[in-house]
Write a protein that binds this ligand. Structure first.
Ligand SMILES: [Zn+2]
Ligand SMILES: [Zn+2]
Length: 382
């Protein structure tokens, strides 16, 4: 096994991707850079524009074997680059502040490795997924894979984790990252003169009740694990002192560690909203956006990841508690067996989405090694 990983090349790739950061659904240049990088390692096939600007590369073994996928997210964030980097983002008010540039470099590293160590069996698919931050990409890639007739036996993904030692591999069984979704509530009433509110239907009282009750719903309902509703925005009427409002909107982020609790939270929230609207004769419309199912690992997936890390002499640690943030990787579990893990990005690394954050290049090597460990686990070289 030749695991000279050409880390310098991967670091250069990471910097190039960082310079050309693009937000969700605009990852055109990013996809071009990825394709250009992959081509030098001669994958059997490269598919472009999958689910937006997604890229999938296939490395094929001669014999039949497992189909194993590795997913990297590719989008950056609407956060300005304020740190002094040689490879600072050239895109205005946009930068890789979640480390997806590093995630791409690590999955790209598999291509370099497979060029030197061709597969004997099965297939490896490198999946570069757009629009993770908005929760749209995974579902679209799922559809893209189905349309291409690709059936994965296992799909793996990772996220870098500030506040954990550099290069440490961390995972757990059960929930790894929470489920979340954006709830949009529209309340339809009737305007009237501010002097005659009795002739109108103002959403104001229902809105006050909904925001209050939703904010304390985690205390009034018995959930099996941490569940939360956070009111993030509300809007009522127009700025016109002569008019009593006839329309209002509330936006609430729902979050739960367990998918079952998310279902309960949705049901309870919808019942409560409909009740308050009916009480006041308001029309009501509820819709959802940025839907992330929870990211979870089965015992089997956990054991595979533990084996892979140990076989590559990586520091492996079992996480005790799941993360309260969400990852759209959870979407893939609806279609395939999946495994998700974290890789420590250092105790002094700024937090994800912090303007001072920059992915630490030193952990690229451990990430690629973990992926190699997983390829070996499935015996695709023997
Ligand atoms: Zn993020
Ligand atoms: Zn991220």
């Amino acid at each position: 096994m030749d695991i000279n990983l050409d880390i310098e090349k991967l670091i250069a790739l990471r910097h190039r991707l960082h310079e050309n950061a693009e937000v969700s659904n605009q990852e055109e240049k990013t996809a071009l850079i990825i394709v250009e990088f992959l081509e030098q390692f001669k994958p059997n096939q490269i598919w472009k524009n999958i689910g937006g600007h997604g890229v999938i590369a296939q490395f094929k073994g001669e014999e039949k074997g497992e189909n194993v996928g590795f997913r990297a997210d590719i989008d950056a964030l609407h956060i300005a680059e304020t740190i002094d980097l040689e490879y600072a983002s050239k895109t205005p008010h946009t930068a890789h502040k979640c480390g997806h540039d590093g995630h791409m470099a690590m999955v790209a590293g598999i291509a370099s490795y497979l060029k030197k160590n061709p597969l004997k069996k099965g297939n490896v698919y490198l999946i570069f997924q757009p629009a993770e931050e908005t929760g749209e990409g995974a579902e679209r890639i799922n559809k893209g894979l189905s349309e291409l007739g690709i059936k994965l036996d296992y799909l793996f993904g990772l996220h870098n984790l500030p506040d954990f030692p550099k290069g440490e591999i961390l995972t757990k069984t059960g929930t790894f990252a929470a489920a979340s979704r954006g709830m949009v509530i529209k309340l339809f009433g009737k305007t009237s003169h501010a002097a005659e509110p009795e002739y109108g239907i103002s959403p104001v009282i229902a809105m006050a009740k909904i925001t209050t009750e939703m904010t304390r719903i985690h205390r009034t309902i018995d959930f099996s694990d941490l569940s939360l509703a956070t009111v993030i925005h509300s809007e009522l009427g127009e700025i016109a002192f002569g008019t009593s409002p006839g329309y209002g909107e509330i936006r609430i982020t729902l979050r739960a560690m367990k998918d079952e609790d998310m279902s309960i939270l949705i049901d309870e929230a919808e019942n409560l909203i409909h009740k308050y609207c009916e009480d006041d004769g308001l029309g009501c419309e509820i819709s959802y956006t940025e839907v992330f199912p929870s990211t979870t690992n089965s015992d089997e997936a956990y054991n595979i990841m533990k084996d892979a890390a140990t076989s590559m002499n990586l520091n492996f640690k079992q996480l005790k508690t799941p993360f309260k943030w969400s990852e759209d990787f959870g979407q893939y579990k609806l279609q395939y067996k999946t495994g998700f893990f974290g890789i420590g990005s250092g105790m002094d690394c700024p937090h994800l989405h912090d303007e001072f954050y920059d992915f630490p290049d030193e952990i690229i090597e451990q990430g690629v090694k973990m992926y190699i460990g997983l390829i070996n686990y499935f015996g695709l070289h023997s």
